[in-house]
Structures are given as C-alpha cells and as structure tokens.
Ligand binder design. Structure first.
Ligand code: GLN
Length: 483
C-alpha cells in the first residue's frame, strides 16, 4: 500500500480495497519498524490515528466524498495540534501541549485525513540540514550518512521512506523546496497568504508559509485544495477562492513561456546538478514550452537581505518564550531576570540564539536604518526583478539547491549553510509560489528542479510539474533500500 500515491490510496479507500484503519495500521507498523533508521518523527500518535481512521471509515461508509477522507498524513511539528505535544524541534517546547489545532490541521482534519504523528525539524525551522533539532538529526533515506535538508527534513524523510504518503511542511526561505530536492520529492511553497499561518509557530512572520512534501504534483494538488482557505484569524491570509487544483493538471504546456534566470546558473552551482536541471528544462521545451533567457539582477542580495529580515522577525517572535506562560522554565529561579535568562539560555539551541542576537542587533536604535530598513528596500528590488520577469514569461525555472544531499557536519560555517537557500530565498522575500520536483540523480542522490510562478499561480506550477511527471519517471525513483 505504501507504494501507492495519495490519489491511488484515496481511490482504494473508496473502492473498499482496504479500510482507513487497515491503511493507518500499515503505516504505523512501518514507522515502528523503520523510523529508527531515520528519526523522522518526534511524536507518533497511534491511538488518536486509529480513532480518526475509524471515524473516516464510518464517514466513507456514509458516502463522504472528500478526496482525502481516510488517508494518513504526517504534520511537521511546527503546527499546533490540540492535546498533542508540539515542540517546533526545540527543548523550549518539549513540554508544550497546545489547547487548539492550527488552521492547517483543522482543515485537513475536516477533509478526513488521519494524523500519524508529528515530524522532526530544525529548531524553530532555522536550518537547512535538520542538524539543529533538539530531538536529534534526521537521516536522508537515499543515503543515511547525508542530511535530508531542512528545516522540514523530518517531513521529507518520512515521505521519502514511505512512512507517510504525504506530510505538511513550512517554508520561510526554502524549507519545503530544499528538502524536497534532497529527498527526491515534490514540494510546494504556495503564495504568501494562500494558507493560514494561524497555529503555525512563527519564525519570520512576513516570510513563513505552509505547504506540503509529497511524491507527485497530483498529490500536492489534492493537499493544497484542502489546506488553503481564507482565515479571519490570520490577518495576512488572503480572501480568494480556492480553485480545484487538480482541474488544470491535464492541460498541455505548449506555448508556455519559461524564463531561465542567468543568475541561477552561476558560481556555486554543482556541475552535475546543473546538468540534470538543464536536461529537465530541455524536457519542458520538448513538451512545447518556449525558453526565454531572463535576468533577476538582485539575486546575489537575497541571502544577505533574508539574514537581516528573518532574524529581526525571529527575535521579536521568540521573545514570547520567557518561561512565564508556557514552554521550558529553569529550576529554582532566583528572581525574574534569572528566570528569563536561564529559561531562554537552556531552552534554545545555538542557531536560534545566534539569530536572536543578530535580529536584536539589527533592530536596535541606531542600527535599524542601516540594516532593517535597508533590507526592506532591497526586498522591494528583489520583488521588482520578478515582476519585470513575469512581464515576459509565465514561469521561471532553475535549480532548487546548489548540490545534492551532503554528509552530516559538512557545513560547519553558518554562512556555508545559509548558501543552501541561495535559489529559494528570493521567492519568500517576494511572497511568490515555488515548487521543487525531482529531475534525476547525481551520485545516486536526487536533484530538484525549481519552478517559480506569479502570485496565486499554484495551479500553473502544478500543471507544469504534472506534465513533466507524465513525460518522465524521476518522481517514481525511490531510495534503493525501501521495500
Ligand atoms: N534555511 C533557512 C534558514 O535557516 C530557511 C529555513 C526555512 O525556510 N524555515 O532560515
């Protein structure tokens, strides 16, 4: 059953080939037997999953037509789940049991999804390798000596190892697309505002966006349709109809104009990765697309700009973790200041502390204009680059990550790690949707092709990805040791 796609699983449930309880038990059994190899889950919610599966079976018997009813999924441990521990990969929240569900969790629950558990992640979604989690590193199912990418590495490893058919994830600077690339999956970061952020633990609020890690564009379309909604509880959620994202999948892409940004093929891009990405772009041309050379001239400023804005927002967002209301509190505080200092000192890991320090510095009086305001100005220029490009082309294509999965400990210098997101971060700064899909292997490890679209053009990205997946079988490749 775990070989089947989400769409196939949904059909099997409707045809009564198996029940949701059987399907859920199958995945729970795989997690129990195999997750010791990957550490992709922080929490497995066995009893609750079986309860939800029984309810889904009843709903199916009563004629429920939701395409996701009874399908098991996993949630990144950044989404609040009522009554289930939600850690955000941090010691700070090791004891946190939210009293409510995130809107994403609620929406997927309403669609009938069964939650298998909560997946591992870089602490507070800060990282590109899943090495910063308080709950231990996550191993890439393609090569367990290598990272799965981050910060949604647990979701990516769980789906790649077929411990869940699909998982939710979040992307602030690349955390869906980069692990999708490194684990051979299809990952979509929608337009900022398409999916509610309510109940999603905030890292950098103007950049964070929820999405999915899945095995195909078709599965991604099914998930997005259920996750997206206008949510009055998130003031940045956009009140826009949610289309049927599967409707446009069969459209041919002949005549589509695809922009190839020269800045995405420069120094730093691994030669093998470049070759696979160029072959994939040639395949899109064979499918009838026209390639157009374009320029996104401020690309080189995206990483430095992000590393002012994201830490600034994180320093404000993470100030709520003070040991007073919830989260970790140190033992025997001497006074209030001692409690703040030791609770935060013990609760947060080094990367989180580094970001809080950088962000607090950038926002402090006297530096605000030089750093934060300047970064916001450059952010506008980066957005304008895209707007100019989209006057000429429908979609932009390039690599997702500069190389394939790398060994643990390979990137010791934080800046080397930050460069992992060199091709993904600009999309978050502009608020645009981006999708990564597998396009072949280098050294037996997957390479990702990134597609970037205009605002709310998710259906188009999914259409291009689906047509590519009909014509090729890269997305069907699975790690050699997965049975
Ligand atoms: N790798 C980037 C960072 O460390 C992006 C993380 C993300 O998208 N959540 O901030």
């Amino acid at each position: 059953m775990h070989k089947l796609s989400l769409a196939e699983l949904a059909k099997g449930l409707r045809d009564k080939s198996y029940s949701s309880v059987e399907l859920t038990e199958h995945y729970l059994d795989r997690i129990k037997r195999l997750d010791g190899n990957y550490n992709s889950f922080i929490t497995v919610t066995e009893e609750r999953a079986l309860e939800q599966a029984r309810a889904a079976d009843q709903a199916l018997a009563a004629g429920n037509t939701s395409p996701l009813c009874g399908v098991p999924i996993a949630h990144k441990d950044i989404f609040c789940t009522a009554g289930v521990k939600t850690t955000c990969g941090s010691r700070m929240l090791d004891n946190f049991v939210p009293p409510y569900d995130a809107t994403v969790v609620e929406n997927l629950g309403r669609a009938g999804c069964v939650t298998l558990g909560k997946t591992n992640m870089d602490e507070f979604a800060m990282g590109s390798s899943n090495e910063t989690s308080y709950f231990g590193l996550v191993k890439n199912p393609w090569d367990t000596n290598c990272v799965p990418g981050g910060s949604s590495g647990g979701s990516a490893a769980a789906v790649a190892a077929q411990l869940a058919p699909v998982a939710t994830a979040t992307d602030t600077g690349g955390s869906i697309r980069q692990p999708a690339a490194l684990c051979g999956l299809t990952g979509l970061k929608p337009t900022y505002g398409r999916i509610s952020r309510w109940g999603m633990i905030a890292f950098a609020s103007s950049l964070d966006q929820a999405g999915t890690l899945a095995r195909s564009a078709e599965d991604t379309a099914l998930m997005l349709g259920a996750m997206a909604s206008f949510d009055p509880k998130d003031s940045t959620s956009v009140d826009k109809d949610v289309p049927d994202y599967t409707a446009a999948l069969p459209d041919k892409i002949a005549g589509l104009k695809i922009g190839i940004p020269k800045e995405y093929f420069g120094e730093g891009l691994n030669a093998g990765t470049e070759q696979r990405v160029k072959e994939a772009i040639a395949e899109l041309e064979k499918l009838g697309a026209t390639l157009v050379d374009i320029s996104l001239p401020h690309t080189h400023l995206a990483v430095p700009t992000y590393y002012v804005i994201a830490p600034a927002e994180c320093s404000a967002n993470l100030s709520r973790f003070d040991g007073v209301r919830y989260g970790h509190r140190c033992d025997d505080p001497q006074d209030l200041l001692d409690m703040y200092c030791r609770s935060r000192g013990e609760g947060f890991g080094n990367e989180v502390k580094r970001r809080i320090l950088v962000g607090t510095y950038a926002l402090s009086a006297g530096y605000y204009d030089a750093y934060y305001r300047k970064a916001q100005q450059i952010r506008r220029l980066i957005k304008q680059d895209f707007m100019e490009a989209f006057k000429q082309v429908d979609v932009i294509a390039g690599p997702t990550a500069p190389s394939v999965a790398f060994p643990f400990g390979a990137k010791k210098d934080p800046v080397a790690m930050y460069m992992e997101d060199i091709y993904t971060i600009a999309t978050n700064l502009a608020g645009l949707p981006g999708l990564s899909l597998p396009c072949g292997l280098v050294d037996d490890k997957p390479v990702g092709l990134q597609l970037i679209g205009g605002y709310f053009e998710e259906a188009r990205l999914l259409n291009v990805a689906h047509q590519f997946q009909l014509a090729t079988d890269h997305h069907r490749h699975t790690p050699a040791n997965i049975d």
